[in-house]
Design a protein around this ligand. Sequence first.
Ligand SMILES: [Zn+2]
Ligand SMILES: [Zn+2]
Length: 144
Amino acid sequence: MDVRNCPRCGNIFLFHGFRLCESCRGIEDKEYEIVKAFLQANPGTTVEIVADKTGVSRQQILYFIRSGRLSEEIKYFSELPLYCERCEKPITQGKLCKECQNELTQSFLKTQAKLREDRKQEEKIDRKGARVHFLDKSRDVDKK
Ligand SMILES: [Zn+2]
Ligand SMILES: [Zn+2]
């Protein structure tokens, strides 16, 4: 049983492949309709204006954009509504601002280094056991 916290209301729900709990999914669908209708009626707007006028949170609107649900309506925005997924700073392309990208790269490299260390440790243990035999055998093959 996969139980998760709904990222929207914080309630615990049974995960069925949907991001949100059932009641939030209903609300989200309604908000999507509201945002869509507002955009069609008010071309040349921005995420801030839509959030302000519809009462739908900026995060929610950005989520609709990122998940591709507003791919038809995205043309109604006067500016490209892109924000860094990590710090919400406006960006011009991609998903992350430069700062967050750098930070993530750094932490990724650290994780990689850590993994390599762990692997080395494991190999050391292996060499004492089964791996020795394997290596010896392959050396025998080379000699032939
Ligand atoms: Zn919920
Ligand atoms: Zn950022």
